[in-house]
Write a protein that binds this ligand. Structure first.
Ligand code: PLP
Length: 394
């Protein structure tokens, strides 16, 4: 009889030539347990998803309760479903007034797609401005505004009228003009190498959008839900977008994506023709119930302090010790190493010692750390020591 591993390689389409291949038995808190009896520290939260850790009791309970009420009942937007409405009300209660409505989808890339379409429909314009090294998802529209040729080239032609500028460069902002429908950016570029926007630059982008009537889209798919120490990273900057994209940590481990904007902007999806951005499963009731429990737990805890503490500990322990730079904000951190070989060696060494680290799509000298925000000091300290040992090992 073929093993589970054999069937994984034979019947599950592969995303790379060398998957990590952990055979998962269960996951709890900061740990993932495998079928061969090993225990791993998840220092990357399933790539910025499990901010409350795996299987947080509040999320698990909410899922169980919703399953006993109903699963899918109708394509998104037609029926009034309590978990969806209650989650939208809770989420918008902690967002600025200009982001008082939520359009639910199922993933990050769908949030990007929806935001781009909304900006085009609302403004009647087609030009899109994005930034080099950005990452906004892998479907065609999202890939069209992703600023890395190596991922775009195999799929050309993509959307026309997309213009890439340099991130944090003031001199190019005049290219945002009266024909621009939207400017899309990550307040902290994630896959591009954990690169924070500079405050003055982000304010200048906001001003330029206001001058030209372009809508400003923030992709907070990775930065959202306290990953950087604020509910959303835009709060660090005091710059509010016209459209806010969310996903990843939003569902507490369930698939969930959304974009928020004003009712005036979102109206564009309701007419000419009606149902012009429909999604069958968007705002699934089980995902919404999980997302409500997740957000409520996040809001009741002190996750600003927790993310800040993680950043402090990582910087204090690792900065300068064979690591060229620690960058990022809160619990979204990147460790820049000297070369690609060292980076691979550190990731492999840590993996063997039971620490799961992250990589970024666009850099082979950067290790990413994004632990669950609930991680205890002791576990984080022990894990960081293993990283130090890895850097120093021959
Ligand atoms: C900033 C950003 N945008 C979009 C996406 C795409 O999200 P998803 O994988 O849910 O489609 C990601 C995923 O890593 C991301 O980091």
């Amino acid at each position: 009889m073929p093993s589970l591993r054999d069937d994984f390689y034979r019947h599950v389409a592969q995303t790379s030539e060398s998957p990590m291949g952990l055979e998962v038995e269960r996951a709890e808190g900061c740990h993932i347990y495998t079928t061969d009896g090993k225990k791993y520290v998840d220092l990357i939260s399933g790539i910025s998803v499990s901010s409350l850790g795996h299987r947080h009791p509040a999320v698990v309970q909410a899922v169980k309760e919703q399953v006993d009420h109903h699963l899918h009942v109708m394509v998104y937007g037609e029926f009034i479903q309590r978990p969806q409405v209650e989650f939208a009300a809770l989420l918008t209660s902690v967002l600025p007034e200009s982001l008082s409505q939520v359009y639910f989808v199922n993933s990050g890339t769908e949030a990007t797609e929806g935001a781009l379409k909304l900006a085009k429909k609302h403004t009647g314009r087609t030009k899109l401005v994005s930034f080099r090294n950005s990452y906004h998802g892998d479907t065609h529209g999202s890939l069209s505004v992703t600023g890395r040729d190596i991922y775009r080239n195999p799929y050309l032609p993509l959307l026309p009228d997309v213009h890439f500028l340099d991130f944090n460069d003031h001199t190019q902002l005049h290219q945002i003009d009266n024909s621009t429908a939207a400017v899309i950016l990550e307040p902290i570029q994630g896959e591009g190498g954990i690169i924070p926007a500079e405050t003055e630059w982000l304010k200048a982008v906001r001003d330029r959008c206001d001058e030209t009537g372009a809508l400003l889209i923030f992709d907070e798919i990775q930065t959202g839900f306290f990953r950087t120490g604020r509910l959303f990273a835009f709060e660090h900057y005091g710059v509010v977008p016209d459209i806010l994209c969310m996903a990843k940590a939003m569902g507490g481990g369930m698939p969930m994506g959304a974009f928020a904007s004003s009712p005036g902007n979102l109206k564009a999806f309701t007419f000419n023709p009606p149902l012009n951005h429909v999604t069958t499963f968007g705002g699934h009731p089980v995902s919404c119930a999980a997302a409500y429990a997740n957000l409520k737990t996040l809001l009741e805890g002190d996750f600003t302090a927790k993310a800040t503490r993680i950043e402090e500990m990582v910087r204090e322990t690792l900065a300068g010790k064979g690591i060229i730079e620690v960058r990022g904000k809160g619990a979204m951190l990147g460790l820049e190493l000297d070369n690609a070989d060292l980076t691979q060696k550190v990731v492999r060494y840590c993996f063997e010692k039971g620490i799961i680290l992250g990589w970024t799509l666009h850099s082979n000298t950067l290790i990413r750390i994004a632990p669950p925000l609930i991680i205890q000091d002791k576990l984080l300290r022990e894990s960081l020591q293993i990283i130090l040992n890895a850097v120093a090992s021959d």
